[in-house]
Design a protein around this ligand. Structure first.
Ligand code: ADP
Length: 500
């Protein structure tokens, strides 16, 4: 697979290579234990390469390398940092076709969502290049005569970044680029499902672009062995912040442990995102938006629409047209540009989808489209009449299944949506955008789109959720809040008079 492994076998870069090692202190290296694990394609089952099966000790080495690099990177001139991000963007752009292939084979990501990720990553890098020139603080008025006061932003030091597989390139990039651009150094732990596109690839790009050794380090691990690396990040006093994108149960465990160490974490967690169709919506548009929002990347995006509420006058027509559209979505090989629904990430994900759909049906739900697995794919599926006690009605089910519900009013939909413990994204489709904004204000979520579906992201936007969907915001415009310390500095231009 990718450009890493034993020094003698290390190719320059690329995903079709035998081994992917850790990237620590600017060098590719096997795990300290010497263990590797096979990285399998979710579509073909083929082994794409061997990945270093790292542990806590590897993580500590990476943390030390990041710590050692911090002073130098934090002190780099802005033009140098800017140049590195711009160069990395050009390198990424030049490798677009190969990266789309890598995303397809490693994560089952189709052409459309692959392009969405590449475009996001390009903008992320180019916008990050401007962060180097952002003001580093403010001068503050002081009531103490002769005192000049400042609030100075300083990078925090080493940032631990834990990223998921589902949008591996975009979310791996989001986890590291903002923190780096602000002068921090980073240890990235990609998911075991996307060690190359979510980890090693970023190391390749940034190293080639000239990022100093140790500023970014990547540590991978075998399935089920994330804990050792996560614990190293949590317990090491050298790691000052952690950002985590993943599921609510894992994020909660991490936050509990982080609390013990008084370590700040940015958490971007699960969603159970509603899409509300008001009675004055244009049905064709609403159907297209709902199909896109529910089934992009086979429903494996945290922002995907999981519940579609339709105001009753439109409900029947919407259900009919939506089910017909969904049933016809091309399903299969993610490498085929015509495919909309590719494979789900692994057999456990497939089994979970099957179990939750069957449970809902046993409890009285009706299947309007899909509902029968086609391994390694699960077809786009629409359920209705899903009782509240069915798991799929309340817990995030990460895949191509959406629950459709008729409501008497959009206000009722908002109330039902707000009963969820999760609060990531939502969308409202209505002919009256002012009503849309009024409804948006009542939704307990971090992100609302009026007259769109919920899957949207841009690198500078305040991305994140409320309630059990997490806390903190990604987004380069807001990254300084999360990945810098604010230091209050004063300087006196004359001696003070002290009372004693
Ligand atoms: P998903 O269902 O998206 O895989 P997870 O929350 O399981 O969601 O995974 C998101 C990220 O969290 C992945 O990088 C995964 O390896 C990592 N992870 C899982 N368990 C732990 C843990 N105990 N400590 C740190 N990271 C973990």
């Amino acid at each position: 697979m990718a450009g890493a492994g034993r020094a003698s076998t290390r190719p320059a870069r690329g995903w079709q290579k035998a081994q992917v090692g850790h990237f620590v202190g600017g060098d590719w290296a096997p795990a300290g234990s010497g263990r590797w694990y096979p990285n399998r394609s979710p579509w073909s089952g083929e082994v794409l390469g061997e990945i270093a099966a790292g542990d806590g000790e590897d993580a500590h080495r990476a943390i030390e390398a990041a710590h050692a690099a911090f002073g130098g990177w934090a002190g780099e001139a802005p033009w140098r940092r800017q140049q590195i991000f711009l160069r990395a963007a050009d390198l990424l752009e030049g490798r677009r076709a190969e990266i789309l292939d890598a995303l397809a084979v490693e994560t089952g990501c189709g052409r459309h969502f692959g392009s969405v990720q590449v475009d996001f990553a390009l903008k992320l890098l180019r916008q990050a290049a401007t962060l180097a020139y952002r003001p580093a603080g403010e001068l503050l008025p002081s009531d103490v005569e002769g005192t000049q006061a400042m609030a100075v932003r300083r990078p925090v030091g080493v940032v631990g970044a834990i990223a998921p597989w589902n949008a591996s390139l975009a979310l791996g990039g989001r986890a590291v680029i903002g923190p780096l651009a602000l002068g921090n150094t980073v240890v990235l732990k990609p998911s075991e499902e996307s060690p190359y596109t979510g980890g090693a690839l970023w190391a390749e790009l940034l190293q080639e672009a000239g990022l100093p050794s140790g500023a970014l380090n990547v540590v991978t691990h075998a399935p089920g062995e994330a804990g050792g690396i996560g614990d190293a990040m949590l317990t090491s006093p050298l790691v000052k912040r952690i950002n985590f994108t993943g599921s609510t149960p894992t994020g909660r465990r991490l936050a509990e442990k982080a609390g013990r160490h008084l370590k700040r974490v940015v958490l971007q967690l699960s969603g159970q995102n509603p899409l509300i169709v008001a009675r004055d919506a244009e049905v064709g548009y609403a159907v297209d938006a709902a199909a896109y929002g529910a089934f992009i990347h086979q429903g494996q995006v945290c922002m995907c629409a999981r519940r579609v509420y339709v105001e009753r006058p439109l409900a029947e027509e919407f259900a009919e047209r939506f089910a017909a559209k969904v049933a016809a979505l091309p399903t299969g090989d993610p490498g085929d540009p015509a495919t909309v629904v590719g494979p789900v990430i692994n057999e456990w994900a497939l089994a979970l989808l099957d179990r939750r759909v069957n449970e809902a049906v046993e409890l009285g739900a009706r299947v309007l489209a899909g509902g029968v697995p086609r391994p390694p794919c699960y077809p786009a599926t629409v359920l209705t009449d899903v009782p509240d006690e069915a798991e799929i009605a309340h817990g995030e089910t990460f895949g191509p299944v959406v629950v459709l519900e008729a409501v008497d009013s959009a206000e009722e939909a908002v109330a039902r949506a707000n009963r969820s413990d999760l609060g990531l994204a939502a969308s409202i489709i209505t002919g009256d955008s002012r009503r849309g904004l009024r409804l948006a204000a009542k939704l307990d979520v971090g992100i609302v789109h009026v007259n769109d579906q919920p899957v949207n992201d841009e690198p500078h936007m305040p991305f994140g959720g409320v309630k059990d969907s997490g806390w903190g915001r990604f987004g380069l415009g807001f990254a300084a809040e999360e990945f810098c310390e604010l230091q209050w500095v004063t300087v006196r231009d004359q001696d003070r008079t002290f009372p004693f």
